[in-house]
Design a protein. Structure first.
Length: 202
């Protein structure tokens, strides 16, 4: 790596390089690009991230990200409130929405059970899911989790927790291959998997 003649630039490169998927060479190129921009452009760029971090809400109903305490999906009266699609993260909400094959609500767990990474059931938004599923209005919970070992483990755990709620529990169809992560599934396959979901079986 080329020696950087400025500590201020070096610090900026270090921060850029801390982002996933960005090495130091790319970080240096980005920092030098910003250095050539008008100050107001760089301030606008930086302030966008500061505002996002400070002012973004997690929906108090489903845990999706939102500019308001309740997200636009949960507050949309045209959505089918009898269905809850359970996903690992907000990325899957955006992916499923892009398929235009689902019109129910969501519940973002905030991760999946992974003992190797020290993530247990208490670290996820599971209790609030059970509370929502216990509502008289909910008739189906769809488990749209990655078909990895961790995703399967999380699915089995949720099935046991939801069994007493007297609702249908389904999983997305196996158009998503075993071992695949939802994040990397194309929209057509994901849309078909939602439409052709199957009852969850132990």
């Amino acid at each position: 790596m080329t020696n950087i003649p400025s500590k201020l630039l070096s610090d900026a490169v270090d921060e850029m390089a801390s982002l996933p998927g960005i090495g130091r060479k790319t970080a240096l190129r980005l920092a030098l690009h910003l250095l050539k921009q008008p100050l107001e452009n760089v301030e606008r760029f930086g302030n966008a991230f500061i505002r996002m971090r400070k002012d973004l809400f997690h929906c108090k109903v489903c845990n999706n990200i939102s500019d308001t305490p309740v997200c636009s999906i949960c507050s949309d009266r045209s959505r089918d409130t009898s269905m809850i699609c359970v996903v690992e993260s907000i990325r899957e909400v955006m992916l499923i929405e892009n398929t235009m094959q689902y019109n129910g609500l969501y519940h973002v767990l905030g991760g999946i059970i992974s003992p190797m990474e020290g993530i247990g059931p208490s670290d996820l938004k599971i209790n609030s899911l059970v509370e929502r599923a216990s509502s008289e209005n909910v008739r189906e919970v769809i488990l749209a989790l990655s078909t990895t070992m961790e995703g399967e483990t999380t699915g089995f755990y949720l099935y046991k927790k939801l069994a007493a709620c007297n609702i249908d529990i389904s999983i997305i169809a196996r158009g998503v291959s075993f071992g695949d992560e939802i994040e990397y599934t194309d929209e057509i396959t994901l849309g078909r998997s939602i439409k052709n979901r199957q009852p969850f079986k132990m």
